[in-house]
Write a new protein. Sequence first.
Length: 352
Amino acid sequence: MNNKELIKKLREQRSLERDEFRKLLTEMTEDDEEFLYKNSREVRERYYGKDVYIRGLIEFTNYCRRDCLYCGIRASNKECQRYRLTHDEIMDCAKTGYGLGFRTFVMQGGEDMTISDDEMCRIISDLKTDHPDCAVTLSIGERERESYERYFTAGVDRFLLRHESVTPEHYSSLHTASQTIEKRLRCLNDLKEIGYQTGCGIMIGSPFQTVDHIINDLIFMKEFQPHMVGMGPFIPHAQTPFKDKPAGSLKDTLHMLGIIRLILPNVLLPATTALGTIVPNGRELGLLAGANVVMPNLSPTAVRAKYTLYDGKISTGAEAAECLADLKERIESAGYELAVARGDYAGQDISL
Ligand code: SAH
């Protein structure tokens, strides 16, 4: 089969054989790309129309107990200036965000174990009390199942925890011995069972990643059926062991966005900040490849520069409101519309 036929097959059957994935991932011509994105956009529009959902990202702590080799806020980065937003600062961020039209708040941070589950639950329930029409997403890494249950009971709707790589040796080469893919998958299964809209995902072009790893990840995501998938390019950070590793490419990232849209037609799929960092119009291109979510920063300007997972992260200067006006223009330039809505997972399965 040629690549166009493979793309058609992928759209119809939502999966391919390993060799077929390999061909598609390694031999994509510009013509094939155009065909892939035409299909991924059609599928996306069938579920979500022209709406692009916005998520207000609140980076509330950069303290972290982990030492992920790729990440700028890893515990052994002594040059990282650590901060933790207060309860009131978080509520202020959300209030500002609500006024701007955000109806989802993503509370993201390092694995900061000094914030107790009681405190976390207080933050969550106060956010929900102040903004009952909003969704709250957590992205705070690995916790005990009991903690995940408590956050869910406190009102959290969604949880993002990228699996980073389902291939055990590759996962290990990105993390230290305290982290294993088994634990990561245990967390993801717990989250899904508890009832969260659950997100997994990978970095594209992370160090040591091969096409076979990527195929394993595609097959895993097909099987896991996440509600959300986070995929952006790896970008080196100068204060990490991976400082000299090359960044992931725009093309590879766009291919993966298009392919995952065909595997998981109704998935919530962000055009990530990392994608907008490697090229200025990266997020627009992400939307045109099948993404339907963007996650602008709502963190106070004063702390933004300190939450650097990778070098050159965009949006470290402008105020959230200005950013949003710019983003709205970008979304519209790609032919889409910024939606003021919670933007939940479109559960019902529309047959194509
Ligand atoms: N501590 C939480 C949330 C913060 S990290 C967690 O681990 O889930 C969120 C995501 O940022 C990670 O899953 C990772 O895939 C991505 N990330 C970290 N460092 C990066 C880098 N150097 N380049 C690109 N993405 C990175």
